[in-house]
Design a protein around this ligand. Structure first.
Ligand SMILES: Cc1cc2nc3c(=O)[nH]c(=O)nc-3n(C[C@H](O)[C@H](O)[C@H](O)COP(=O)(O)OP(=O)(O)OC[C@H]3O[C@@H](n4cnc5c(N)ncnc54)[C@H](O)[C@@H]3O)c2cc1C
Length: 488
């Protein structure tokens, strides 16, 4: 009989099935996998497996389930909520080598890819056909499509074209025992319960995604971006609401406050107005005629909303430069502070101005600076709190600052995540957002896919004992089960 949790026997068994080229076992090699983009948390895996195929992945999962070894699937590790952070003695399952574009179906306008394919690679591959894959997280140069599915990632162009959820047709998935099943279909509808919808955004808790068919869209023939300056963040926020309420659905509508534009401008030299209290970037795409007409409407709305300065991109190079600034907002923050912590929450658009005022009060309360960048059209906030992890207690202070922002999101009728998932980071805030009944339902779903709780355990759904009342709803970190997940 197999000794459960016997690491040595487990590793011997794994080595028999998987070549040493596909395993990382040495201390130095394992260090690379200790964290994802949520730098404040880390954990030590027992072993990392980097399979080349679904068949190999299946064998690995089978052995893990036999030995009750937890599995943390990892795409590119750019996740910002700790979803790919290892838990003690787990197997990290990296999809990095499952990185092939399997087929492109021009007629059907779809592409079938392995999970480790980078987001941007899909658009690059089909660009010659006049097509593109719409969801464009700012990390698209690095992040994997499997990670995008698991997080239901968004991006600048999701306001018009939808999130990952709206752009995926089907997926092949392995369950915790390595058995394969398919969800969704290449047709517009598929029979039965919508398991694809459940899988999207499930953060590696329900299965390992091994193949994905995404929708491709025709590339618009023209696009221009308008940059608008405002001398008050609340006025800028109202301008966002005015654009949408006037029936315009821009390809992107982003907002940055003065601190953020200054940091970006110093890094990218995108031509941003660093004197404005806030800037808005609003993109129109379509045929040249449609773009001219829409840009003219957008200009009128911004002017009547109180914009102090307006400019429009005059070439593709200028447009790319303006977006490159926005997409480099996180690294730009990293240049001016030893550490930064990106918060992700969503609020109704008409609360953006109020929220910015609240954040500025919280900056004073915690004596920490916060730069703000938003997918404003979606009401998705990304406050970046600047801190120094080497200073005693500063990370904890930063986490509390972040939790207060998330609680305000709930108070304003929004959600504690927009696109970065829950992972480890927002377990506490899950207790603020969801009732016991709702959390019970999440658990039931998890158990029906993974009855032995082997896939990414301890993430996303707080255990019932975690949500306790302590003045405010508060989460105790489950030190007993996950002592290995360390803070800075
Ligand atoms: C600079 C920067 C900018 C970013 N900008 C954006 C943005 O604009 N929009 C946005 O939405 N996000 C953004 N992110 C967050 C991150 O890039 C996304 O969440 C992305 O989808 C993660 O992909 P990944 O391949 O790195 O996944 P990982 O970080 O490796 O994993 C993320 C989660 O997915 C699970 N997972 C990964 N692959 C699979 C699989 N094949 N099967 C099952 N589960 C899997 C993991 O277990 C984990 O829970 C940004 C991150 C950075 C660092």
């Amino acid at each position: 009989m197999v000794h459960k949790n016997d690491n040595k026997v487990f590793l011997d068994r794994l080595r028999k099935v998987i070549s040493s080229d596909n395993l990382v076992e040495d201390r130095e090699g394992l260090k690379v996998y200790r964290k994802d983009g949520l730098a404040g948390y880390s954990g030590d895996p027992l072993v990392v497996a980097i399979p080349n195929s679904e068949a190999q992945t299946s064998k690995i999962l089978k052995i893990c389930s036999e030995f009750s070894v937890p599995v943390v699937t990892r795409g590119a590790g750019t996740g910002l909520s700790g979803g790919a952070t290892p838990i003690k003695d787990c197997l990290v399952l990296s999809t990095a080598r499952m990185n092939k574009v399997i087929s492109i179906n021009e007629e059907q306008r779809s592409a079938t890819v392995q999970p480790g394919v980078r987001n941007l690679e899909i658009s690059n591959k089909v660009s010659g056909l006049g097509l593109f894959y719409a969801p464009d997280p700012s990390s698209q140069i690095a992040c994997s499509i499997g990670g995008n599915l698991a997080e239901n990632s968004g991006g600048v162009h999701c306001l018009k074209y939808g999130l990952t959820f709206h752009n995926v047709l089907r997926a092949r998935v392995l369950n915790y025992r390595g058995e394969v099943f398919e969800v969704g279909s290449e047709a517009l509808d598929s029979p039965g319960l919508d398991l694809l919808a459940l899988l999207i955004g499930s953060e590696g808790m329900l299965g390992v995604i091994t193949e994905i068919t995404v929708k491709l869209l025709p590339k618009p023939s023209a696009a221009k971006v308008m940059m608008a300056s405002f001398d008050d963040v609340e006025i800028a926020a109202n301008a966002v609401a005015n654009i949408i309420s006037n029936g315009i659905l821009p390809a992107g509508l982003e907002m940055m406050d003065q601190g953020m534009t200054a940091a970006v401008e110093e890094f990218v030299h995108a031509g941003y107005d660093v004197n404005a209290e806030a800037i808005l970037l609003c993109e129109s795409d379509g045929s040249p005629g449609e773009v001219e007409e829409e840009i003219s409407l957008i200009k009128d709305i911004f002017q009547s909303s109180g914009a102090t300065k307006l400019s429009v991109s005059n070439s593709e190079a200028e447009r790319s430069l303006i977006w490159s600034g926005r997409k480099n907002a996180f690294p730009a923050s990293g240049r001016i502070s030893p550490d930064y912590y990106c918060i992700d929450g969503t609020i109704p658009r008409n609360k953006l101005g109020k929220m910015l005022k609240n954040i500025s009060e919280l900056e004073k309360k915690y004596s920490l600076r916060c730069l703000n960048v938003f997918h404003a059209g979606d009401g998705n906030l990304h406050p970046l709190i600047l801190f120094d992890a080497s200073k005693d207690g500063e990370f904890e202070k930063t986490e509390n600052f972040g939790e207060e922002i998330l609680s305000l999101c709930v108070k304003y009728g929004g959600t504690i995540t927009g696109e970065h998932g829950v992972g480890l980071e927002k377990l506490g805030s899950m207790c603020v957002q969801f009732s016991k009944l709702e959390r019970d339902a999440f658990f039931s779903v998890k158990r029906s896919f993974d009855p032995e709780i082997l896939l990414n355990p301890g993430k996303v759904v707080p255990s019932l004992s975690r949500c306790i009342e302590k003045g405010r709803v508060h989460v105790e970190k489950d030190k007993e089960r996950f002592p290995e997940i360390a803070h800075f």
